[in-house]
Every structure is written in C-alpha cells, then in structure tokens.
Design a protein around this ligand. Structure first.
Ligand SMILES: NC(=O)c1ccc[n+]([C@@H]2O[C@H](COP(=O)([O-])OP(=O)(O)OC[C@H]3O[C@@H](n4cnc5c(N)ncnc54)[C@H](OP(=O)(O)O)[C@@H]3O)[C@@H](O)[C@H]2O)c1
Length: 336
C-alpha cells in the first residue's frame, strides 16, 4: 500500500455535460483514524446520475458539493485500521466516502455488509441505494395492484431493471423503455419485461398505446422530457406517476416541462416525486426480501463494473449520460 491518497475534487461547476475542467486530482497523506474512527480503503465507487445534480449550486435534497471538496459518492470499502469496537480490520462497509482511495469514518455513518446475503458489489446496486429506490418508489409511491400495467423508462439501467422485475413479482404487466435494440432485447429476454420500447427508433406514445389499450396504471419515470410526455398521453384513470429522476434534463440549461400535464386532471391521476434517503429507516424491510428473491433467482441484477483508478472517474461517469452503461455503473479501484 502506498502512503498517498488520490482524491478527485470538484474544481468548477458545469454548464451542460461535465467536462475535465470540472475536476482536479490531488494527492494527500493517507489520513489516520482518531478515537472511535476507522480507516477505510475504498474498493468500489457507485456512479449515479444524481451526482450530476450534486455538482450544481442549487437547492436540493442534499447540499451541493463545494468547490475543492472531494466529489461525493457512495462507496464500498474495506476496514484497514479500527479504533472502534464496532468494526474490525477486514470488515466490508458501505457509506458516502467519495471519489478517493482512502477515508476515515465513524462506524455510525457506515453500513456493515452482510456478505452471507449476497456478493458485496450487490450492496451498491440491488441491495443498496439503487434497489431501495426501485422498491420504495414502486411500492410506496406507485402502489401497483397485481394486473396493473407498469411502464418504466430508463428500464435497462440500474434502477429501471429492478423496478420491472419487482413489478413482475407483484403480478403486473410490464413495459420497459430503453435506448437501442440490444438494451430492449436485454429487457425482454433476460429480465422478463413483457414488452420493450426502443425510444431511439420507435414512437414511444404509439407503442405504449399499442401495449396498454386502456392506458398505463403506473409510470416509473427515470428520464423525464419527451418520454414523460408520451406516458402522460397514455394514462388510465387513477394512474400514478413516480418521479424518480429526469436524466434527459440533467445536462440541459433549457429544461422541458410536460406540456400535457392536464392529462392528470382528466384521468384523476397523480404524479409524485420520491427521494430514496427518506426511506432510510425502512431499508431493513426491503433488503432481506430482495436478498431472498436474488437467492431464489426471481430477481437478477446486472452490474457494469469498470476496473481502473480513481483518476478514471470523470470519463467513466459520462457513460451514464451517453447510455453506454449496461446496468448499475460501478468503478472498481484496482490496487496498485
Ligand atoms: N429519486 C431518487 O431517490 C433516486 C435514486 C437513485 C436514482 N434516481 C434517478 O433514477 C434515474 C436512473 O438512475 P440509475 O442509477 O438507474 O442510472 P442508469 O439508468 O443506470 O443510467 C442512466 C441511463 O439513462 C439513460 N439516459 C441517459 N440519457 C438519456 C436521455 N437523454 N433520454 C433518455 N434516457 C437517457 C441511458 O439509458 P438508455 O441507453 O436506455 O438511453 C443510461 O444508461 C436517474 O434519473 C437518477 O437520477 C433517483
């Protein structure tokens, strides 16, 4: 182990797509844990579209990352040294340690990984924030009934692939929307969506109508923009729209609102935003269930693990916005 800690810090706030000018790499001394603290070696960094929002100077559900601050990111780490009775060297934990190689943390800010439940990387995907977003967004906000038609955008992505499978387990008919033939094939052939719509080559509104004649009952939105509008054109009476994210809008300065929002009135429908962190005290309800479904083979999770160094962060992060990622995007830090 070298004695330096490579860190990626926010250098400037982006306008549009975050380019290399937004980041700076710094080397510092590996920190020493104080009383009650642990030293962590970061093994995997979760790359999430939300990180784009955290770079903006705007009011949100968490404060913006400050200029010169280590970029915030969810992580999977190994305990290297411990001054706490709660964790011992070798334990695996998740937390928000950011884009760097090493960090000091307090056990109360970490979640210990139970490797008997699943492979550790699953705790950044299906058993972590991503899976919890799918679970609580679908069941608490979407409130599907069995036989409902559930439509999901960003369906081949980290959250979307889980939402479709949970809806299927619940007895719903599922329609996934994704970009390109390969991703659509993945939706129907590998993770069991009933139908897939390729938004890059098909008319989304017409395709939803074809598969949901009376309209959709739940729309789980990960992308916003024109795809949200296409869903609004196809609501069944009493439909629920879960606003989970709007990745099509994150890098634009000209945000599009839904033009046809009065469809909510006509169809007595509702549209509601959700933030996964609001459900933190209920994760314990969902994790054992999801782990059980994983073990039984009822639930699959595809992770896109890129192996490299923390300095590969900025380039790897952009895969989320070009659609190059296939499932949950994770940067795994190779030891040097
Ligand atoms: N509310 C919450 O608490 C919460 C928590 C976690 C995530 N989220 C949100 O959930 C959404 C999905 O996140 P994720 O982690 O699962 O990411 P992801 O879906 O694994 O990756 C992003 C995907 O978005 C699609 N995309 C990118 N640009 C697009 C565009 N202009 N139009 C349509 N699709 C586009 C791409 O798929 P295609 O190849 O199919 O285009 C890309 O692979 C994001 O909006 C994120 O912010 C919200």
């Amino acid at each position: 182990m070298s004695n330096t800690n490579t860190q990626i810090k926010l250098a400037a706030r982006p306008t549009g797509m975050p380019g290399p000018e937004c980041w700076k790499t710094e080397e510092s001394q590996i920190p020493s844990p104080g009383e009650g603290e642990v030293l962590l070696q970061i093994l995997q960094i979760s790359l999430d579209p939300a990180m784009r929002g955290w770079m903006n100077e705007a009011r949100s559900y968490v404060p913006p990352v400050r200029i010169n601050q280590v970029m915030r990111a969810l992580t999977l780490s190994r305990v290297m040294e411990s001054n706490s009775p709660d964790l011992k060297p070798g334990d695996l934990v998740t937390g928000t340690q950011g884009v760097q190689q090493y960090a000091v943390a307090k056990p109360e800010d970490l979640t210990k990984v139970d490797a008997t439940l699943a492979d550790p990387s699953r705790f950044l995907s299906v058993l972590g924030m991503t899976g919890m977003t799918a679970y609580f967004g679908l069941f608490d906000v979407g409130q599907p009934k069995s036989d409902d038609i559930v439509v999901v955008s960003g369906a081949a992505g980290a959250v979307g692939q889980i939402v479709g499978q949970l809806a299927k387990i619940h007895g719903c008919k599922t329609i996934g929307i994704a970009g390109g033939e390969e991703k659509c094939k993945f939706l129907t052939d590998e993770i069991g969506y009933d139908h897939a719509i390729d938004y890059k080559s098909q008319n989304v509104a017409k395709e939803i109508k074809r598969h949901a004649k009376k309209g959709l009952d739940v729309y789980f939105d990960n992308v916003g923009g024109e795809i949200l509008e296409a869903a609004l054109f196809n609501l069944n009476r009493g439909a629920r729209i879960v606003i989970c994210g709007a990745i099509s809008q994150y890098n634009t300065t000209d945000v599009q609102g839904p033009r046809n929002y009065l469809s909510l009135l006509v169809n007595r429908a509702r549209m509601e935003g959700m933030v996964v962190f609001d459900y933190a005290n209920r994760f314990g309800e969902a994790v054992p269930k999801m782990a059980g479904w994983l073990k039984e083979g009822k639930l699959k999770s595809k992770e896109d693990i890129v192996r490299g160094q923390v300095t590969d962060f900025s380039e790897t992060f952009l895969k989320l916005f070009s659609g190059e990622n296939q499932g949950k995007l994770i940067l795994e830090i190779e030891s040097v």
